[in-house]
Design a protein around this ligand. Structure first.
Ligand code: ADP
Length: 160
């Protein structure tokens, strides 16, 4: 049996924290589908297409990782990939409440799909896409927190 997992998120943009989770998952599962949510309600800085491109480039060396966009329910996406696992990252206790609610909601929607949480290396546990956008907008150097291609895209986007 092929062990497959789906890692859904907005990834606006992808950070080293997300990549840390993806690398850990790539060692545990045969195939990992990174699912970039359209998340129109969150008014992302980058379009879904841009977020997929940035993620695909950042995850290029990981042979068993595939990246695509999706819209709709995560559990339906997982079923479409015949994956039974949805991965989410947990940074701090502050992530817990929302993630807990979402995991139980997804279980109600489809009890065959299990949510699995992964903790990144502690050096990434304070990283968030939101904060990176905020400080980058104010001129901070974020090259320590995001891959080079994302750093370049952020500069390009925020200069406009
Ligand atoms: P959302 O899916 O809620 O829109 P994100 O795209 O930022 O949010 O995150 C996708 C998943 O990755 C979530 O489970 C989130 O908790 C997790 N995540 C975000 N940043 C990090 C990080 N620095 N380290 C580990 N996991 C993270």
């Amino acid at each position: 049996m092929t062990r497959k997992a789906v890692y859904p998120g907005t990834f606006d943009p992808v950070t080293y924290g997300h990549l840390d989770v993806i690398k850990r998952a790539a060692q545990l599962y045969d195939r990992v589908f990174v699912a970039v949510a359209h998340s129109a309600e969150k008014s992302p800085l980058f379009s879904a297409k841009e977020r997929v491109q940035m993620m695909a480039e950042a995850a290029k060396g990981l042979e068993n990782v595939e990246v695509e966009d999706f819209d709709g329910l995560v559990v339906d996406y997982a079923v479409s990939k015949s994956a039974r696992v949805v991965l989410r990252g947990l940074r701090m206790i502050s992530d817990f409440e929302y993630e807990f609610q979402m995991a139980l909601t997804n279980r109600k929607l489809n009890s065959d799909v299990e949510t699995v949480f992964m903790m990144p290396n502690e050096s990434y546990s304070y990283l968030s896409s939101k904060l990176i956008k905020e400080v980058a907008r104010l001129g901070a150097d974020v090259s320590e927190f995001v891959p080079g291609n994302v750093d370049a895209k952020l500069k390009e986007k925020l200069r406009k």
